[in-house]
Design a protein around this ligand. Structure first.
Ligand code: G1P
Length: 277
């Protein structure tokens, strides 16, 4: 039912300068795979095969990554190193990738609206590749697709945070639905409030399922926090009509947009890699 996943990938990654001067932040590796590849694998595990990527200037490495490198294929063919390409080859076989460019950096809401041309009139997933999620069981997006199938409205993934961190996230308020302990009907959401203004400590992480109605809302959403068009503000309009569910996902999430989170992810994945060996 969800066929497409949008990857907003136009941001500068200033917290990782100078490495992000000429390398997209989505291409930073955790072990041997770039962050965005983990995102694409997560989407594929949820049955999604159409990847829609919103890029910007200086992001061509992403397109090259999800394409065949004939020279490399030729060099490596028949050698003991060929298996290194297995995973990426299989992704390229199974998925299609389309791109559009965001010409000005005007916020996540604006990036998502820029992706409308690739999505069209259907519900879709959004992955922010710098939030790297890991679960032993179903991937976060797999969990969210199940929630979407039940509620047929927008779904955001949430996590409880230390309230001191509230100004880094969209924060939701809402009521638990049914007899569930992890699904909320959102009544209100606010982008990056100070700890004293935050209604709760439930923060939105970089996984969304959105209905196409969001595009019409984004078109009329005024600039908010930081003078940018925020997806949180657009979703807040839909939340007032009871059309947004927040889901406390099962699994781990690493904020790879920060050096700290990036190192934690690297260590976590390296430990798993060593154990598998
Ligand atoms: C964006 C959203 C924010 C959300 C966060 C999740 O912020 O605007 O609501 O909580 O992603 O990672 P950013 O991290 O791009 O500043």
């Amino acid at each position: 039912m969800i066929n497409k996943c949008l990857f907003p990938a136009a941001g500068y990654g200033t917290r990782f300068l100078p490495v992000t001067k000429a390398t997209p932040k989505e291409m930073l590796p955790i072990l041997t795979k770039p962050l965005i590849q983990y995102g694409v694998e997560e989407a594929l595990s949820a049955g999604i095969t159409t990847m829609a990527i919103v890029t910007g200037r200086g992001k061509r490495a992403i397109e090259d990554h999800f394409d065949i490198s004939y020279e490399l294929e030729h060099q490596i063919k028949g050698t003991s190193k060929e298996h290194y390409l297995d995973e990426i080859r299989s992704l390229i076989d199974k998925c299609t990738f389309s791109y559009t460019r965001q010409q000005e950096m005007n916020g996540l809401g604006h990036a998502i609206l820029t992706g409308e041309t690739l999505i069209g009139d259907e519900p879709f997933a959004v992955i922010l590749a710098d939030d790297l999620c890991y679960s032993n069981d179903d991937a976060v997006l797999v969990q969210m697709v199940k929630i979407y199938e039940k509620y047929q409205c927008c779904v955001v993934a949430i996590e409880e945070i230390d309230i001191e961190q509230s100004d880094k996230y969209g924060i939701i308020d809402g009521k638990l639905v049914d007899d569930s302990r992890d699904i909320y009907r959102v009544s209100h959401m606010v982008e990056k409030p100070s700890p004293t203004e935050a209604p709760t400590n439930m923060a939105i992480i970089g996984r969304y399922i959105l209905t196409p109605e969001i595009f019409d809302v984004l078109r009329v959403t005024k600039a908010g926090r930081g003078g940018e068009i925020q997806i949180t503000d657009a979703l807040n309009s839909l939340a007032k009509e009871g059309k947004v569910i927040a889901y406390q996902f099962k699994g781990k999430r690493f904020d790879c947009g920060s050096v700290d989170g990036y190192m934690k992810a690297t260590n976590y994945f390296y430990t798993m890699y060593k154990e598998e060996k």
